[in-house]
Design a protein around this ligand. Structure first.
Ligand code: NAD
Ligand code: DAU
Length: 354
């Protein structure tokens, strides 16, 4: 069996569902259920014996030691993290606790467990750490995309905490021989994306008749990847990635934020036209920029393509259409995640941005 951490969040829940759609290998899912974790994402698995949900913290060494001893997983895929840049700017503490201390405690528990395995199991074991392109910092318009050897230059408390976790994973391989793999992926989008992030926030605000808050000049560039393609990349790396290696994952799909927002408006104009007949573009509002806002991310996914034969299945056009349709079809999921704590976050982040 495998142990997934953070499997009730956006990418983790997509990964668990995809995994169990393609394999009968039991999945233990350890998740703290922070504001971003939601068991409703996994409701299709509620009576599936192959999915074992455990509510808890990756930093809880006693709990993790017990899970490893009891279930003897052959691999761990670490998604658990605080993941939102704006939240890390308002309050970095949770990012340090989960992304750095949590990853460290998890690695310690895994190291002890791995040391106790027999030689065959030890050799086959994998610890796959899911990370981000943000650790590499920001690119100018003309610089080449991030390769795996690009210097680490994290600019936000979030990316700095992820960079620290990547370094720990690297050190556990080099120092202790732990069979690790790291993936650094670009911006994901798709079903179950929490509406604090750009794409779901714009869809949800548009439908609610609220402003569509574009930070700064809206010309920041991100490299968008449909979440199922990220999941397939992780499966490829887990299956055949070289131990100790890093694999960059991206969609070869660079777009400025304002273009993303306009695309969403265009799809909504077609699929759910506004009652007054005008475009959702009318709701676009430029607001004060994110402090330290990275200008451009772009991934060179050549290594995973040539070594492991991975490439994305979705184009941005097919993926964004599916995503907008998913939010239209799942409005009860959206209203359930818009709890009191969601409303206070929106107030904190957007009030005073002008
Ligand atoms: P998310 O915020 O939607 O989900 C994170 C999950 O981790 C939640 O279910 C949460 O409850 C859980 N969690 C948080 N702290 C925990 C702890 N201490 N112990 C156990 N569980 C805990 O995040 P996401 O967007 O699904 O991202 C998943 C991973 O992928 C993160 O490591 C993130 O850095 C990385 N990543 C995300 C993107 C993206 O575009 N979203 C891109 C590249 C990499
Ligand atoms: O690159 C991978 C990263 O992508 C992941 O590691 C992070 O976990 C994930 O949150 C994401 O980070 P970003 O900061 O790029 O994503 P976000 O959706 O928050 O913002 C995308 C872009 O949109 C960014 O340039 C900021 C801008 N933005 C965002 C919000 C929430 C706006 O213009 N307005 C907004 O209201």
């Amino acid at each position: 069996m495998i142990l997934v951490t953070g499997g009730a969040g956006f990418i983790g829940s997509n990964f668990v569902m995809n995994w169990l759609a393609q394999s009968d290998e039991t999945t233990i899912n350890l998740d703290l259920l922070t504001y971003a974790g939601n068991l409703q994402n996994l409701s299709s698995l509620s009576s599936d014996q192959r999915h074992i949900f455990v509510h808890g913290n990756i930093a809880d060494s006693t709990l993790v030691n017990g899970l490893l001893t009891q279930h003897q997983p052959r691999a761990i895929i670490n998604f658990a993290a605080e993941s939102h840049v704006d939240r890390s700017i308002h309050g970095p503490e949770d990012f340090i606790q989960t992304n750095i201390i949590g990853t460290f405690r998890l690695l310690e528990a895994v190291r002890a467990y791995w040391n106790g395995l027999n030689e065959g199991a030890k050799k086959g074991f994998r610890f796959l750490h899911v990370s981000t392109d943000e650790v590499y910092g920001s690119l100018s318009k003309t610089e080449p995309a991030f390769s795996e050897t690009h210097q680490y230059e994290p600019n936000s408390p979030y990316s700095a905490s992820k960079a620290a976790s990547d370094h720990l994973v690297r050190a556990y391989h080099h120092t202790y021989g732990l069979p690790t793999l790291t993936t650094n992926c670009s911006n994901n989008y798709g079903p179950y994306h929490f509406p604090e992030k750009l794409i779901p926030l714009m869809i949800v605000n548009a439908l609610a008749g609220k402003p569509l808050p574009v930070y700064g000049d809206g010309q920041q560039i991100r490299d968008w990847l449909y979440v199922k393609d990220h999941c397939s990349a992780i499966r490829r790396v887990l299956a055949d990635g070289r131990v100790g290696e890093v694999y960059n994952v991206g969609g070869c799909n660079e777009k400025p934020n304002i273009e993303i927002v306009h695309t969403i408006c265009g799809l909504l104009d077609e699929l759910r036209p506004r009652s007054d007949g005008s475009s959702y573009r009318e709701q676009v509002t430029y607001v004060t920029d994110r402090p330290g806002h990275d200008r451009r991310y772009a991934i060179d996914a050549g290594k995973i393509a040539s070594e492991l034969g991975w490439k994305p299945d979705e184009t941005f056009e097919t993926g964004i259409r599916k995503t907008v349709q998913w939010y239209l079809d799942n409005q009860s999921w959206v209203s359930n995640v818009q709890s009191g704590s969601y409303r206070s976050w929106v107030e904190k982040n957007y009030q005073g941005r002008g």
